[in-house]
Ligand binder design. Sequence first.
Ligand SMILES: [Cu+2]
Length: 164
Amino acid sequence: MPIDKRGLLCAAAALIVPWRVATAHGEKKHDAAPVKKEQQDWGIAGDARAVRRTVDVRMLDTMRFVPDRIDVLLNETVRFKARNTGRVMHEFVIGTRAENERHAALMLKFPDMEHDEPYMAHVPPGKTGDIVWQFNRAGTFEFACLIAGHYQAGMVGKISVTAK
Ligand SMILES: [Cu+2]
């Protein structure tokens, strides 16, 4: 009996993380649907009209982000332009350290797992990903590449969100 390996992996992943990852599978690409604004511990999907600042971040095959440290004011809405200057796929995913660690471990187990949320961009070589995010929670967060092995190799940066 032929087995759809990817479907099997996704189903297995969905069992482990029933809420967030599972919902991403059934959705259309977000150019069709409005971005869902769901409060996360690290902020909420931003409104493009509220953007006053754009931060360019380069993603390198040396498993580094440049810059790897970004300071943000509480409630600031930032547009991130994540440019992949390498030759392999990279991601820009904003989250808490705990969330990224959990997700990275899952990606290591299920490398083909698809995921799509307003706080992440999957960026092929030579392309630029675009994220608009409002940091309405103070704290120290991460932006990370969760492609299998990349996070573990140190492809992570720090976002510090502070009140004035
Ligand atoms: Cu990467």
